[in-house]
Design a protein around this ligand. Sequence first.
Ligand code: FAD
Ligand code: SF4
Ligand code: SF4
Ligand code: SF4
Length: 375
Amino acid sequence: MNNVNKIKKCSGCGTCTAVCPKGIIQMRLDEDGFYKPAITNEQDCINCGKCLKVCSSLSETPKKNIIGSYSASSKDDYIIKNCSSGGIAYEIARYLNKHNYNICGCEYNVKDQNAVHKIVKSIDEYEKCMGSKYIQSKTENALHEMIKGLKNEDKFVFFGTPCQVAGVSKMAIQNNIREKIVLVDFFCHGIPSYFLWKNYLNFIKENKKLCNIQKVNFRDKNKGWHEYTLTTADGNTNVFSQSLTEGNWFFKFLLSDVCLNDVCYDCKFRADQSFADIRVGDLWCKKYMSDRRGMSAVLTFTEIGDKIIKELSNVCKIDQEATEIVIEEQIKSTIPIPTFRKSIIKDLKNNKSFPKIYYQKVIPSKIIKKLKGEN
Ligand SMILES: Cc1cc2nc3c(=O)[nH]c(=O)nc-3n(C[C@H](O)[C@H](O)[C@H](O)COP(=O)(O)OP(=O)(O)OC[C@H]3O[C@@H](n4cnc5c(N)ncnc54)[C@H](O)[C@@H]3O)c2cc1C
Ligand code: SF4
Ligand code: SF4
Ligand code: SF4
């Protein structure tokens, strides 16, 4: 079959689901806890190959084409407090919404305790998209809706991981609608298995008596921007907030790279390689070491992307920076796959306790990595 069943290394971007004329591709969690496409009725496949044509995993490595490099922070304290870095994503969304763009971004969905892409028509509705959700976002429904809207002459700004943006960009170019969409991605570390998130939710349920989670903030800035602080709250008054330095298990596993999607280890969209108009991120560099509020890193790759950033100077503090500074602390090359990755994911799936997995497999994986001289 000439369809996505052929794809060995899938990022789970979801674009194939949105272009299939037979509507037979659905995103489902695979055995390792990543959303991957599944063909529901193989006999209905007409072998048109449309799903493969938009596939971000089959995409070439983007050419480097930087127009501008900036540091940026919103002048609005409320925005900065509720966004992960300097709030530039919000300001881009607000600016384009004023110019009649719909917004496609990622929300936390309390019903299924997952991340999903949604289309919103107003900046007020976009508030739920503020802040990073460090889990894989399910994009299929939003992409379906967005493609329909684009065909009806609507304009969109799409925020997503670089692989999601690569898929959307391919789809838009093939349909001659690229000028109706502004693409914004971010420097991307990678997405962890959903079994890490499910295990974390179980951990706080058993140890912190926190059930029925209603609010999740993956980048709470109460302890400062440099701290990775994860805050969860139930429908009552129970709140659990813990930073990486305080030993937060979710971040300990995520930032050890032990349970990322397999394509993330060898991602072709690192640092300055992107199909977006604008790339944003955290400006982790020496210059902003003591900044507690948050500073965004920005790269622009197209004239329209650069124009948008320049037009934000009334609502944001924007300074030109050397590209080397903007990408200073970002991952630039392949991450070696940890020795016990598969087994760690299996343990997370089986709900084994965090300390057990950490001391039996994560620490040994780190030691082996060091002995091999891998960074
Ligand atoms: C999985 C992941 C890995 C990241 N890795 C890095 C990294 O290595 N280096 C770095 O500098 N920055 C990374 N970021 C980006 C960073 O966390 C901030 O999002 C970025 O600095 C922009 O901040 P902001 O204040 O402008 O906007 P924010 O308000 O934080 O929002 C950013 C936008 O991201 C979208 N978004 C949120 N979660 C997801 C998701 N799971 N999938 C797709 N889109 C999402 C939202 O729709 C929103 O529009 C990562 C983000 C994610 C979600
Ligand atoms: S080949 Fe065509 S019909 Fe078959 S799954 Fe792909 S897009 Fe759908
Ligand atoms: S289009 Fe995206 S989700 Fe579909 S097979 Fe390719 S990488 Fe996977
Ligand atoms: S690291 Fe690369 S493949 Fe993985 S989610 Fe990010 S952009 Fe996609």
